[in-house]
Design a protein around this ligand. Structure first.
Ligand SMILES: Cc1ncc(COP(=O)(O)O)c(C=O)c1O
Length: 461
């Protein structure tokens, strides 16, 4: 099909073929047809090159996932070896394979919870869908079929499948898709900068929004609410780091009504927040955990749901009664993905990546805070190697730019021109470099960003 909006690219180019053949995920499709694609060609370490030979510093670890950076020979070796030995096997019907079993054992030893069982999938979305199904299955086994609702938060991101997309609390992922589905509720986002009312202190803000959570539970009837899901730091919602006492107060309410805490560590897991898991950084006591992204440093897709043994125990009889535990993917426990993830986690240990990420995280947060005085910057936030600056029209009133100005998109473009990949969520610029980034590369990142930000300021006028 001829491209209706864009035909400048030679017909045989990847750009033209992209425009002719792909339906791009999470993309403004009209704008894509007007501007055309950026073709990524190769990558090494924290750098990536496009098909015109331009080099970029990867400031977003892909989609928050390339923890060990690109081109890691050891992972390439393990993947090749495993493919040669056993390129596929399954976990259905009691079959198993060594790498999946060893990866499950490894994960159980790492996660900050009372880990009983590990279920494998391929994406963060399927992990969070699995979380909901397991919680429903569990409450049915316990003879309380009414306890099924899940509370998520506005601006949270938990994926895009029908259930996980419903957990997500961002309008573009709901609008025109007929989401959220029934039984998924949303409570306040813990961003003090935007959520504060009047002269409220941070603590008063926390008390108010946790009070709203309790009111929601009571209005719905606590006997119908099964779980609460949260990313310790919200990523795609704009890198939102909650106030210090937020999770303790949330957990006190959840405990009061026997509501389980589902910890979505898809971004925060494996060193991103300066500790091994986001739950460590924020002293959360999760009941279950979702893992993906850095679990394999994105060399191959893999996700995991970890549940406590007390949830697993009633599954045994309930599955026998039906004849099977009727949940699982063709690629649950794919041996190549599991072998790569396992070696990835071993490399993280051997190379003390969590310590390195913590040290680099402190440097990154310091560099980020330098931007607080910039005329375009309303808020600077972050922890460890994840951070953001929110661009505003007026620093004093916090007035945002109107969406049609697309200031964040412009700043992203300026970053790209300067050889830096960042991502804008609205007008919030996010930073999430590979965990292997060095101090020198952090300096390079922020020097490029400073130029791009000044260019954006000139453009804004
Ligand atoms: C916190 C969180 N949960 C879940 C997901 C969904 O993961 P996926 O895109 O692999 O389905 C994401 C993706 O960015 C995420 O950031």
């Amino acid at each position: 099909m001829a491209d209706p909006l864009h035909n400048e690219f030679p017909p045989e180019s990847i750009e033209a073929k992209d425009l002719a053949h792909l339906l791009h995920p999470t993309t403004n499709l009209r704008q894509h047809h007007e501007i055309g694609p950026t073709v990524h060609d190769r990558a090494q370490g924290v750098y990536l090159w496009d098909n015109k030979g331009k080099q970029y510093l990867e400031g977003m670890a892909g989609l928050w996932c390339t923890a060990l950076g690109y081109g890691e020979e050891e992972l390439i070796r393990v993947a090749t070896e495993q493919m040669r030995k056993l390129s596929y096997s399954q976990l259905f019907g009691g079959k198993t394979n060594e790498s999946s079993v060893l990866l499950a054992e490894k994960l159980k030893s790492m996660v900050p919870m009372d880990a009983g069982r590990v279920f494998f999938g391929l994406s963060g979305s399927d992990a969070n869908d699995t979380q909901i199904k397991l919680l429903w299955y569990y409450n049915n086994a316990l003879g309380r079929p009414e306890k099924k609702k899940i509370i998520s938060r506005h601006r949270g991101y938990h994926g895009v499948t029908i259930a996980a997309g419903s957990l997500t609390g961002l309008p573009p992922f709901h609008k025109h898709f007929d989401l959220p589905i029934a039984g998924i509720l949303h409570t306040d986002c813990p961003l003090y900068y935007r959520g504060v009312q009047g002269a409220e202190t941070e603590e008063e803000f926390v008390d108010r929004i946790v009070g709203n959570l309790e009111d929601l539970i009571l209005a719905e009837d606590p006997a119908t609410v099964a779980g609460f899901i949260a990313e310790p730091v919200m990523g795609a919602g704009g890198v939102i780091v909650p106030p210090a006492t937020y999770y303790q107060k949330v957990q006190a309410v959840l405990d009061k009504y026997d509501i389980l805490f589902i910890d979505d560590e898809v971004i925060c897991g494996f060193g991103r927040t300066g500790k091994p898991f986001g739950a460590d950084t924020f002293a959360i006591k999760p009941t279950t955990i979702s893992l993906a992204k850095a679990i394999s440093s994105a060399y191959l897709p893999l996700s995991a749901v970890v549940i406590p043994e007390f949830m697993y125990e009633p599954f045994i009889e309930q599955s026998a009664e039906v004849g099977t535990f009727g949940h699982g993917f063709t690629y649950s426990g794919h041996p190549v993905c599991a072998a790569v993830a396992l070696r990835n986690l071993e490399l993280m240990e051997e190379r003390e990546i969590f310590d390195h990420a913590a040290a680099m995280g402190e440097i990154m947060q310091e560099r980020l805070s330098d931007f607080a005085d910039h005329p375009l910057v309303g808020d600077v936030r972050g922890v460890g190697l994840i951070g953001a600056v929110e661009l505003v029209a007026n620093k004093d009133t916090k007035a945002a730019f109107t969406a049609d100005r697309a200031v964040g998109a412009h700043c992203t473009k300026r970053c790209e021109e300067n050889g830096l990949i960042l991502r804008a969520m609205g007008d919030t610029m996010a930073f999430c470099p590979p965990l292997i980034i060095s101090e020198e590369q952090i300096d390079e990142l922020f020097s490029k960003f400073a130029t791009a930000l000044d260019e954006t300021l000139n453009w804004v006028g």
